[in-house]
Design a protein around this ligand. Structure first.
Ligand code: ADP
Length: 608
């Protein structure tokens, strides 16, 4: 076998091998178009080597012409692949240069198949013998095709494109890539144009050797890609270590971490997360499996929060219950982020979760205690009030009874002394008045509780109350909605007392919803300015509502319809609101339920 055959065959074999290595890389990672461009360039170089070997070794002008004509196909594809490689790898250079270069080369391909024996020769007259690599090889002599200048101009434009891309990449600091890859591409184009000029226009005799130059470029490109692969591998190792450290920190903080690849719907999760959500270590998890773990009442809310975070490109925060396969329930606090691509499509969802069951049960316990205390407090208030009432009212009631008995006696007289009787009735009226005053004094006593008024932000007070009531509302499956006007001025009042009023109104509203399943279980609390000098706060529910005659009576002390009710809440609330210079009243909703409204005066500073 001749040396030339060995060299050209080796070029082809080397290039095929390189293509075979890099094509699968691209196949498994379609985001790497440079690997595809490189593989195509290598395949084309192998094809060019095959054509050139035929040209060098044939004795027939027809075979030479055909091989040269067909070699132009892989040459054009090679140039497109090189331009694409440079475009993706160097990410620089003026595109119009590349497009013009490739365009001219494509035009020359049409000429290649439509005029003469090939792009280079209209007609090959004879094959001359030439010494190359110590052997005799064929070289064509004939009538040149002047249109080949178009193809050569195309290569020249590509040379400019590669030079431009190299300079820009160099300036951007990618010196090695610019020097080796950009330099090799530019040099290859320069050598091709120069050789074509010398051989076809200056009559220099040279065998066809495009594949030799091209091999050089392919090797440089291959080296650059392999260096990138090695770098990527190093990064993967580093990343693995970082991930290990992050997992360690997360485990120490008892945090479970999960990431969902949206396109494949696969969730990757740390061991702690699997423990929390009750998934075995090797079970495959998708979004549906995750959602199924969440308690059915909390699932919709969590889904909404994820969707909201994707829309707003913001973080999500959620607290929800897990219904574990073994029947246990676990409270989870979760936060995370939804990553979107440039077009706004969700790519990944990530999250960190922590078990808050202990905290939640402590909160529940606190709530229970608070309720107990409130109840005990209420009972003792009632007891005190009852005994004071009994004591203070006993006297006028006794007097009324005695007077009534005396009047009855007088009436038995056939000629009763009407003056005496009317005096007795006057006494009865006075005693009755006294009894009324006792009750008024008691209410005044309630009003006289010490208050410390200061400017208050209603939104803040409402927020605090919601915070206090959240566990209660969740447990009773009631949605608490807050709506506060943006332009709300500060009010003047005692924070604790206003909170007491709100707590009382909202707990009453929850009680009114108790046991009703045929309607949305929601309570809307809103605050808006009422005129310039006051703010109106309302608590509206869709509960069992109030009869027309109850609208006022509910504010009477001891009016209650509840089995364990005391009936002092609204009465005390009204006293508090009135002490603040406001009003508290009840309305029946047009549809279902009742609305309690109260006003509070705007703080003087806010009025100024
Ligand atoms: P208690 O809650 O101890 O009964 P309150 O003075 O707070 O005392 O309430 C008095 C009564 O007013 C309640 O028993 C109930 O019948 C009625 N009530 C209060 N709020 C509402 C409401 N939102 N819807 C229907 N009835 C209500």
């Amino acid at each position: 076998m001749s040396f030339v055959t060995i060299v050209y065959s080796m070029i082809a074999a080397a290039c095929l091998t390189l293509a075979a290595v890099h094509l699968p890389v691209w196949w498994r990672n379609r985001d790497a178009p440079a690997s595809l461009a490189f593989s195509i360039a290598a395949l084309c170089t192998a094809a060019i080597a095959g054509c050139e070997l035929t040209m060098l070794t044939t004795q027939s002008t027809a075979v030479y012409g055909a091989a040269q004509r067909w070699s132009n196909v892989p040459i054009v594809v090679l140039l497109v692949a090189l331009a694409a490689f440079s475009y993706h790898y160097l990410a620089a250079g003026r595109r119009w240069l590349a497009i013009t270069g490739v365009g001219l080369r494509l035009v020359s391909l049409v000429i290649n198949f439509s005029a003469g024996q090939s792009l280079n020769y209209r007609q090959i007259d004879e094959l001359k013998s030439l010494r190359f690599m110590g052997e005799q090889v064929s070289f064509a002599v004939g009538v040149l095709n002047p249109w080949q200048a178009i193809g050569q101009l195309g290569v020249f434009m590509l040379m400019l494109y590669f030079a431009d891309a190299s300079i820009t990449a160099w300036r951007r600091g990618r010196r090695a890539a610019a020097f080796f890859v950009g330099g090799a591409l530019t040099f290859f184009m320069f050598a091709s144009v120069t050789r074509a000029f010398l051989v076809y226009w200056q009559g220099v005799q040279s065998p066809s050797m495009v594949s030799l130059f091209s091999l050089g470029v392919v090797l440089v490109m291959g080296y650059a890609l392999s260096a990138d692969l090695l770098q990527a591998k190093r990064l993967v190792v580093e990343l693995g270590e970082r991930e290990h450290e992050a997992n360690l920190a997360a485990d120490a903080a008892e945090l479970g971490i999960w990431t969902r690849d949206v396109s494949r719907d696969v969730i990757r999760a740390s061991g702690k997360w699997r423990d929390l959500f009750g998934f075995p270590p090797d079970e495959k998890i998708d979004l549906e499996a995750l959602l199924q773990r969440i308690h059915v009442d909390d699932r919709g809310d969590f889904r909404d929060r994820l969707a909201q975070a994707a829309r707003d490109r913001a973080e999500y925060h959620a607290e929800f219950r897990l219904a574990l396969p073994d029947g246990r329930m676990r409270w989870i606090a979760a936060m995370g982020r939804v990553d979107v691509d440039a077009k706004g499509r969700t790519m990944r969802t990530r999250g960190a979760c922590i078990d808050i069951t202990a905290r939640r049960s402590a909160e529940q316990e606190m709530l229970r205690l608070r309720q107990d205390i409130a109840h005990v407090g209420g009972v003792s208030v009632m007891g005190q009030l009852a005994s004071t009432l009994a004591h203070e009212i006993n006297q006028p009631l006794g007097a009324i009874l005695r007077n009534a008995e005396a009047a009855a006696l007088f009436m038995q007289d056939p000629a009763p002394d009407l003056h005496e009787i009317s005096a007795i009735f006057e006494d009865i009226r006075k005693d009755d008045q006294r009894a009324g005053e006792v009750i008024d004094r008691m209410r005044a006593l309630l009003r006289r509780q010490e208050v410390t008024k200061s400017p208050l932000h209603v939104a803040q007070v409402l927020g605090d109350v919601r915070q206090l009531l959240r566990p209660d509302a969740t447990a009773r499956q009631v949605a608490l909605e807050l709506a506060v006007s943006a332009d709300l001025p500060t009010v003047h009042g005692d924070r604790v007392q206003i909170q007491q009023v709100l707590l009382n109104l909202i707990i009453n509203a929850m009680d009114a919803l108790e046991g009703l399943a045929d309607r949305p279980r929601s309570i809307a609390v809103s605050a808006r300015p009422e005129g310039a000098a006051s703010v109106e706060i309302s608590v509206a529910d869709s509960g069992r509502g109030l009869e027309a005659d109850q609208l006022d009576r509910v504010f009477d002390p001891f009016f209650t319809t509840k089995a364990a009710g005391i009936g002092m809440g609204l009465s005390i609330s009204r006293s508090i609101v009135e002490t603040h210079g406001g009003r508290l009243w009840a309305e029946s909703n047009l549809g279902q339920g009742a609305t309690f409204r109260f006003t509070l005066p705007v703080a003087q500073d806010a009025l100024a």
